[in-house]
Design a binder for this molecule. Structure first.
Ligand code: ADP
Ligand code: MG
Length: 358
């Protein structure tokens, strides 16, 4: 088993869903790297591809193209059999609805032990691991409870316990606090953070919850099926004797296991570049400057300046021109027109070929 290199490496990942004769591009060349032991969040508007990414990483769905490597295993190349094994052994999945992981007529402890029984874990090992897990998710006292008697937060924590029963290296959570109140959300978040620190468990979670994104190491934003921006949590740590000198330390491991006072935490926001050098400029910036399809790029001292190509007035005029053209040659008319021309052309070529063979 590969134990070095990043936990997750997605390179130019593409996911296309085919619905009848329509194609929906859910991921369009997404790049993502997640280090071992990281606790990171994915945010983005609804429909931006977050669940599609999680389902691929969880081995529940196949990517269409690109690279998705988890713990050294290339998910595009795994056979169905190997993918099932991957799903059982490598990853744990937590959903918005805890019920997707739980069997309602079993107790908390039985739910957590069930995947271990299926996996054939020996009795003593199973009992010990269940005990440890139930402690870790704060449910040991409630182990004999039936699920309907638990609160929403307790059910979700049971679901987290179930997802870790087979000792996965990666925990994936798709909006785990999406359906609960703030206090409960905090208890779920605390549980995840505890597991991350205690077991150096790599956790990727999708969230809408701003509080959640303030408590993870890194937040990656997805827009239109591509990673767009990234926010990294940094801790200002005092360096040796130079008490005044505060040095920023990239979070990941340095601050793990210690509760850092809020005032020492800062966030840095980055725009992500793919390996062809493409980046997504925040939409507000483009709108503000009236940049549509072209911009001027200038190397300045220590930076790159992106300017509207024609000056503001010119850009506005260009935008107006484009919308006028779009009105006259709407997408339908344009495509019909092209189809006609293509048909003419192919008829012409076929005619020539026929004549040539005679
Ligand atoms: P998010 O989780 O960010 O809301 P999703 O990954 O669920 O986004 O969806 C991304 C896009 O893919 C959306 O346009 C959605 O309609 C489409 N999509 C997701 N799952 C399917 C599916 N099983 N079949 C067809 N289209 C899908
Ligand atoms: Mg989703």
């Amino acid at each position: 088993m590969a134990t070095n290199g990043p936990m997750i490496l997605c390179d130019n990942l593409v996911k296309i869903y085919k619905v009848q004769d329509l194609e929906v591009v859910a991921l369009q060349g997404l790049d993502l790297m997640v280090e071992r032991g990281e606790f990171m969040a994915i945010v983005g508007p609804s429909g931006s591809g977050k669940s599609s990414l999680m389902n691929i990483l969880g081995g529940l769905d196949r990517p269409s193209a690109g690279k998705a490597i988890v713990d050294g295993q290339d998910l595009l190349k795994l056979s169905s059999f190997a993918l099932t094994r991957y799903r059982r052994q490598k990853v744990g999945f937590v959903w918005q609805q805890p019920s997707r992981n739980l069997i309602p007529y079993l107790t908390v402890e039985e739910n957590v032990e069930l995947p271990m029984i299926v996996a054939g874990m020996p009795y003593a090992e199973r009992k010990a691991w269940a005990r440890e897990l139930l402690d870790a998710v704060g449910l040991w006292e409630r182990r004999h409870h039936d699920l309907p008697r638990l609160s929403g937060g307790e059910q979700q924590r049971t679901a987290i316990g179930v997802s870790l029963a087979n000792k996965p290296v990666l925990l994936l959570a798709d909006e785990p606090t999406g359906e609960v109140d703030t206090v409960t959300a905090q208890s779920i978040l605390d549980t995840l953070r505890h597991l991350n620190r205690e077991y150096n468990l790599t956790i990727v979670t999708v969230t809408h919850d701003p509080r959640m994104s303030n408590q993870v190491d890194r937040v990656v934003a997805i827009r239109d099926g591509k990673t767009s921006t990234e926010r990294v949590r940094r801790v200002r740590a005092e360096q040796g004797e130079l008490a005044d000198e505060m040095v920023e330390v990239e979070n990941a491991s340095e601050s793990n296991g210690v509760d850092v006072p809020e005032e020492q935490v800062t966030y840095h926001e980055y725009v992500v570049l793919d390996n062809a050098g493409r980046l997504q400029i925040p939409r507000e910036y483009l709108e503000e400057l009236g940049i549509t399809d072209r911009a001027e790029v200038e190397l300045t001292e220590g930076g790159i300046l992106i300017k509207p190509a024609l000056g503001l007035a010119g850009a506005a005029a260009q935008a107006a021109r484009i919308s006028q053209v779009a009105e006259t040659w709407g997408p339908q008319r344009a495509s019909k027109d092209w189809r006609l021309r293509l048909t003419d052309a192919s008829r012409g070529i076929r005619g020539l070929l026929r004549r040539g063979t005679r």
